[in-house]
Unconditional design. Structure first.
Length: 255
């Protein structure tokens, strides 16, 4: 359904997805920045899909709607496919059905809120990147820290997108240098904020709390950032205020 034009086939093809939904400001900021480095197509969930991990939509029909984001089908707009499924399902649909060739890079994000430590694999943002990596495609999951109680709709993704652009450029120039990585950016980062290779904290930063109301149960997630191993991904972002790049190549062999 998406066919890269013959005269553009020398340009890298970048698939952009997320778990906040196709209309989230983070994915649009990311996609616009990624256009500086290749042809971009958005394949993203129809609805908010946070905490879906690498779940795949099974035994449920999915719809795919086509649109343009960031413009009105002109040179500034980005072709987008809206999938009624999980983030990992969006990647599968892109690779198996929508795209006419394998993308050079998959970038998932920019997530509204950090995905760090032992809780990171809960993230649909990271789940989509992992799914891409199982196909042997270099993938970057990107999240922007959001302080507790800071309004979701007031988060500015401009700087995070610029930082991600640098990672995209480096990955494409070095044949997928980053393989599969989980990137977290401090809330108050600037374009000159240091980027650090980190390891995954073993701490469970998001603590589940079960409540009951009118016979139904609800799970909420609290935060506990008090025990962070020095120089771990969580420590680097939350305490040192640096960009964390955590290599996850131990999970899959990237072609």
């Amino acid at each position: 359904m998406y066919e890269q034009k013959n005269n553009d086939e020398k340009r890298p093809l970048i698939l952009v997805t997320n778990d906040d939904g196709y209309d989230a400001p983070g994915i649009l900021a990311l996609a616009k920045e990624a256009q500086n480095y290749g042809d971009v197509v958005i394949i993203a969930p129809k609805q908010y899909q946070s905490a879906m991990g690498r779940a795949i939509t099974l035994r449920k029909p999915m719809t795919v709607d086509e649109t343009y984001l960031g413009g009105n089908q002109d040179q500034t707009s980005i072709r987008a496919f809206i999938v009624d499924g999980t983030p990992a399902s969006c990647v599968i649909m892109g690779l198996e059905t929508i795209l006419n060739r394998t993308p050079d890079l998959v970038v998932s994000g920019i997530n509204n809120g950090e995905n760090l430590a032992a809780t990171a694999t809960m993230s649909g943002t990271l789940g989509a990147a992992i799914e891409a990596a199982t196909y042997g495609i270099p993938a970057i999951a990107v999240s922007l820290q959001r302080p507790v109680m800071y309004p979701r709709d007031q988060v500015d993704f401009t700087t995070a997108a610029k930082i991600t652009g640098g990672l995209i450029e480096e990955s494409l120039k070095n044949s997928g240098k980053y393989g599969l990585v989980n990137v977290n950016i401090p809330f108050d980062a600037t374009e000159t904020t240091e980027t650090v290779d980190t390891f995954q904290s073993k701490q469970k930063l998001h603590i589940p709390k079960v409540t009951q109301k009118e016979g139904a149960y609800f799970i909420d997630l609290g935060r506990d950032y008090t025990k962070l191993e020095p120089n771990s991904d969580a420590d680097v972002v939350l305490n040192q205020k640096k960009v964390s790049v955590m290599n996850m190549d131990y999970v899959f062999q990237i072609k």
